[in-house]
Write a protein that binds this ligand. Structure first.
Ligand code: AMP
Length: 407
């Protein structure tokens, strides 16, 4: 199957082609037609499966088609005459448009809610890429930065809004955003939202949405609280699923290193030297740990940076941009900060610390070996971690390569 078979509108199909994609990923193939038909979705898919396009492409298409219809209706002679008589309002800066600048904008039609700013920026970039020939407007709002530029963009009018929950509620409270006109709502990475304590915020946001809407719900895992949350906000959803256990894990070469904690740093340095042709993402359990690892690597002359929640937004953006541009080869990250990292050619993931749950392991290694490329994941394991290795083994479903490291 190619994108041509998915009945995607010409301006969007052209943008998809310009991005170099012709074959939809399995979840795109399954879910794009369902979303285009207007149904709700309960999607079990993690980052790396191509799920952003599953909601971005159809939302752009539905809104674009609507604008086309509205433009055709407006060009009917009788209506055109009538419209030309309507007075246009001027805002405080003297610009002419239909709404007061910086105040609640009535035109937002699609809302995408996502847990982190990195993810929000990435989704917004996808709307830029796929929507560049549609004339639709979108923007992104997230906390940790000044709100002025965000409210200014909102004041100019947007069709699609990508947001993290806290800043969204804040701007709604100040009257800059109204959710009254939303017809498409996406809840992305619902399990991560729950882990990050956003459940109350989500419920408040959902309560403000019109009942008459399409809802697309995505989560990498489906524990009981997620299922119960989804029941409250979806109407007769179609379930679509790509199982990360088989799809992602299969394309990644995985190796477990049994190493005692004090020896991990020297092992890390020697592995990075051995794999000096690869872009590497290293996972640390804590922010402090991430900083420490990065310092050790810099001392060892390995070009690296750390990214975590205590870094300022501009530091995080710069580190990500440098990593994407290949200026920094090794990135050290905590799980939450790493969720926004989408690097095409990520050759190697190193779990310096093991995560608490096996689903996170699957998420982490899904950062490499994307879209069929071969990836590699190396995991450090100490005496305390043996139980977790058994769980990982179960998920992977085949014997893992295990090595004993002794200094
Ligand atoms: P996502 O799961 O949406 O974060 O997408 C993961 C990566 O796959 C991103 O770099 C996308 O740009 C890329 N991608 C999405 N759809 C396709 C496709 N059909 N073919 C190749 N790459 C894709």
């Amino acid at each position: 199957m190619t994108f041509d078979d998915l009945e995607i509108a010409e301006p969007i199909l052209r943008a998809v082609r310009e991005k170099g994609y012709d074959t939809p990923t399995p979840i795109q193939e399954q879910a794009i037609p369902v979303v285009l038909s207007g149904e709700d979705i309960f999607g079990i898919a993690q980052t790396g499966t191509g799920k952003t396009a599953v909601f971005a492409i159809p939302i752009l298409q539905m809104l674009w088609e609507e604008k086309q219809r509205a433009a055709e209706a407006a060009s009917e002679p009788a209506e055109k005459d009538l419209l030309s008589w309507l007075p246009k309002r001027k805002d405080r800066r003297g610009r002419r448009h239909g709404k007061p600048a910086g105040k609640s904008n009535r035109t937002i039609r699609a809302l995408v809610l996502t847990p982190t700013r990195e993810l929000a920026l990435q989704i917004d970039e996808n709307f830029t890429d796929y929507g560049k020939h549609t004339g639709l407007k979108h923007t992104v709002v997230f906390g940790g930065v000044k709100q002025g530029p965000q409210t200014e963009r909102l004041g100019r009018g947007v069709d699609i809004l990508v947001a993290t929950p806290g800043r969204l509620l804040d701007l709604i409270g100040q009257g800059f955003i109204s959710l009254d006109t939303i017809t498409h709502f996406v809840l992305d990475e619902a399990d991560r939202m729950l882990d990050m304590g956003f459940i109350g915020d989500i419920r408040r946001i959902v309560a403000m949405l019109p009942d008459e809407r399409q809802t697309l719900f995505f989560s990498a895992t489906m524990p009981a609280p997620i299922v119960s949350l989804s029941k409250g906000i979806l109407t007769n959803p179609v379930r679509v699923e790509v199982t990360p256990e088989s799809s992602t894990v299969d394309t990644v070469k995985q190796c477990i290193y049994f190493v005692e904690k004090p020896d991990r740093k020297s092992l890390l340095v020697s592995l990075l030297r051995e794999h000096d042709d690869k872009t590497v993402l290293i996972f640390s359990r804590t922010k402090h740990g991430a900083d420490n690892i990065s310092k050790i690597l810099i001392k060892a002359n390995i070009n690296s940076a750390a990214i975590h929640g205590d870094k300022s937004q501009s530091q995080r953006q710069k580190a990500l941009a440098d990593f994407k541009a290949g200026k920094v080869r090794v990135m050290v990250a905590t799980d939450i900060a790493a969720r926004g990292i989408d690097i095409k050619e990520l050759g190697l993931v190193i779990n310096f610390d093991l995560p608490d749950v096996v689903e996170t392991y699957v998420h982490r290694i899904g950062r490499t070996g994307r879209a069929g490329a071969e990836g590699m994941a190396l995991t450090f394991c100490s005496q305390d971690d043996h139980m977790m290795i058994k769980d990982i083994q179960k998920v992977v479903g085949r014997p893992l390569d295990m090595r004993l490291h002794q200094s």
